[in-house]
Design a protein around this ligand. Structure first.
Ligand code: RUQ
Ligand code: CUA
Length: 694
């Protein structure tokens, strides 16, 4: 089912009209003071509307439709007001507003024609279901937002297969409970209790997934983490200096030579109390990290905020979007200018500057000056090229063939197509802009198939737009000609991802739209709603995009990587050589009193017992337990849980974990296995006696 490829409903038409009034042509290719004035007029005026006003209306629409009651409608101004008509299409999509208008609160019958799109609700979706016992074609690695984790989902079933804690302690997997992962969170990780994962990227070799690692940022505390995709476990965290909010995360290609963290919030560098109220002295950096050591190699300071990033396929260029070229500190200041920049970083030129010692060391890392006025940006090999783009571009991604970096306008209805070869050749970076199609309202992120199509989320329009990027290069700026199709999503999509879209050879069959609002799509579960991740089949250009599934998602995925199953080789059991701790085989258990107050225990677990059915220590002892699961059978997981001592180790087959606790409360404590492992699982216990010291 498809919607009109070139919608001309009231709101769009009106938006055009108002944009034309306020900002000249829709493609907004000229800078001018008129735009600034229009923005500064604030949201109260009806004419001279800008994208900001549309957003304001949109926010209000969300507020009203979320309530979806007559009372809510009564409190709202009449829909006849011109300013509200602009948001009317959102109301129609949400359904609830129609209910409100006609007195049928919550009526959903005007929802788009796909209905709920779940398994079996449409004939065609059967092709995309995966019967019980069969495996999916793809792994989807979704970020978990401020849960701090990664979710692993099978596609096309959308079944959640696993969660990988990254920046937070998690008890089911015992992450942050054993000594090694606790140290990872507390030492390397800096001791924060949470993170905000946005952009999971799987390592590549020769521009294709190699299944070795997944890298993901922590926007909250400025960190980058690495997940080992053999064990599906986080194995490194780098606390990035000089950078608050590491947002975009991606790699230098084709072979993951570097991992990049794109710094978002501007802060003093170092942020140690200097220059606190001197925003001009704040800065934002791109950070390059070695994927093997996870050490920071260098940083480049730039003008303005950055946002998202993506690497060119050939290894030379890295692109980052940005907003706040104004370097303001309030929302009004940050959105005043009509232009922002996509920054194109010349990686070999940056390495040359670092090797020539042309940097300042800040917080122990080399920081190269890539601001506009830097001497390193003079001459014929500038290290950073600033490509002027309409207003606060958000997502950027490089096409599979490596020809273009496409930035999504966010506050402008266009995408900007930047030529990757051209960026090296032109004198004026603006000349590297080869196309600027008008795609719709609120473009955020763009993914690709293998047939020359780009798919861009339209946050405000609640749609995914499919367009032809070569046609966009041929067309006039501001043209809607390149648009192939638009499809409604439910509702307000942020990121989207297509199968292997970040590689040079996407499969072009599936696409997931990560929608921020689910509103009325699911049974209500209280005031915090799930997100809605929608799966589309995109493999048939004649039939168009087909909505196949809705998947409610715990808040909140921002981005994902979809990797073919053949490119990931997960371990079935742990390999005792893969960790520092010595494995404890059956027969080699030991109990050793080191001194008056220190005890070391080495033990094993198997169905349905621990090496020691009973352990006696003394009040105040510092007790270290190292325990191995000696099972070799896949999926026989044990654990060691000690009540009231907050001990919880999860032990996959052949895994060894260690924990230390102080036995400061005398008494009897039944250590038990929390993983249901066998018929005698409940009996799998060890009695720990803590004798009082008198
Ligand atoms: S950013 S969708 Cu990291 Cu778009 Cu969230
Ligand atoms: Cu071992 Cu339950």
């Amino acid at each position: 089912m498809t919607t009109d490829p070139n919608p001309t409903d009231d709101r769009e038409a009106r938006a055009d009209e108002h944009r034309d009034d306020a900002a000249g042509t829709a493609s907004a290719t000229e800078e001018g003071p008129a735009d600034d004035e229009a923005v500064d007029d604030g949201p109260e005026i009806v004419d001279g509307r800008t994208v900001e006003h549309l957003i304001t209306d949109h926010e209000r629409d969300i507020a009203a439709t979320a309530e979806g009651t007559d009372a809510a409608a009564a409190r709202r101004p009449s829909l006849d007001l011109p300013r509200l008509e602009l948001g009317r299409r959102d109301f129609m999509k949400a359904g609830a507003a129609v209910g409100a208008m006609t007195g049928l609160a919550g009526c959903t019958s005007v929802l788009s024609d796909e209905g709920n799109g779940g398994d079996g609700s449409s004939g065609a979706s059967g092709e995309h279901s995966v019967p019980p016992g069969e495996h999916d074609e793809y792994y989807g690695f979704l970020s978990g937002g401020h849960t701090g984790e990664i979710r692993v989902v099978g596609l096309p079933s959308m079944r959640e297969l696993m969660r990988i804690p990254v920046f937070q302690a998690e008890s089911a997997r015992g992450f942050g409970h054993d000594a090694r992962t606790t140290e990872l969170l507390e030492e390397e990780g800096g001791g924060y209790t949470w993170g905000d994962t946005h952009h999971p990227r799987v390592s590549q070799t020769d521009n294709d997934y190699d299944g070795r690692w997944l890298f993901v940022n922590d926007k909250a505390n400025g960190r980058m983490a690495r997940v080992d995709l053999e064990y599906f476990e986080t194995d490194a965290i780098t606390n990035v200096p000089n950078s608050q909010a590491v947002h975009g995360a991606c790699m230098q290609l084709p072979d993951t030579q570097l991992v990049f963290g794109v710094g978002e919030f501007r802060v003093p560098m170092p942020n140690d109390g200097r220059d606190v109220d001197d925003p001009d002295a704040y800065g934002s950096v791109l950070t390059a990290i070695d994927p093997e050591t996870m050490d920071v190699e260098w940083q480049v300071e730039v003008d303005g905020n950055m946002d998202n990033g993506d690497g060119g396929k050939e290894g030379r260029w890295f692109f980052a979007t940005g907003y706040n070229s104004e370097e303001g500190v309030t929302q009004g200041e940050m959105t005043r200018a009509d232009r922002d920049y996509v920054k194109a970083f010349d990686i070999p030129a940056i390495w040359d500057a670092v090797e020539a010692g042309e940097y300042e060391e800040i917080s122990g890392v080399p920081v190269v000056d890539g601001t506009m006025d830097s001497s390193l940006n003079e001459g014929d090999r500038p290290i950073v090229r600033y490509v002027p783009t309409p207003k606060s571009p958000h997502g950027v991604s490089v096409t599979p063939d490596g020809s273009y970096a496409i930035a999504s306008g966010k506050l402008d209805p266009t995408c900007t197509v930047i030529g990757v070869e051209e960026i090296a050749e032109v004198d004026d970076p603006a000349d590297a802009i080869l196309g600027q199609p008008r795609v719709g309202m609120g473009p955020l992120h763009t993914a690709y198939d293998d047939r020359g199509h780009a798919y861009t989320t339209l946050f405000i329009d609640s749609q995914v737009v499919k367009w032809d990027y070569e046609a966009a290069v041929e067309a006039e700026a501001g043209s809607e000609e390149p648009i192939v199709e638009k499809h409604d999503v439910h509702y307000n999509p942020g990121h989207l991802i297509a199968s292997e879209s970040y590689t040079a050879s996407p499969q072009g069959d599936y696409l997931v739209s990560l929608n921020k609002l689910s509103k009325d799509r699911f049974l209500p579960v209280g005031p915090i709603h799930p997100e809605n991740d929608q799966l589309f089949h995109i493999g048939d250009d004649d039939a168009g995009m087909e909505l196949v599934k809705d998947k409610p998602s715990y808040p909140e995925p921002h981005d994902a990587s979809i990797v073919h199953k053949d490119k990931i080789e997960p371990a079935k059991t742990w390999g005792p050589d893969d960790y520092d701790l010595d494995f404890v085989p059956e027969g080699e258990e030991s109990f050793e009193r080191i001194d008056e107050s220190t005890v070391e225990i080495e033990m094993w677990a198997r169905r349905n017992e621990y090496a020691f059915p009973e352990v006696t220590v003394r009040e105040g002892d510092e007790v270290t337990i190292r325990i191995s699961n000696v099972e070799t059978t896949s999926d026989v997981i044990h654990s060691l849980a000690i009540p009231e001592y907050d001990v919880n180790l999860a032990l996959a087959p052949q895994d060894t974990r260690e924990v230390t606790f102080t036995a400061d409360e005398p008494g009897v404590y039944w250590a038990y296995c929390a993983y249901f492992c066998s018929a005698l699982h409940l009996e799998m216990r060890s009695r720990i006696l803590v004798e009082p010291r008198d």
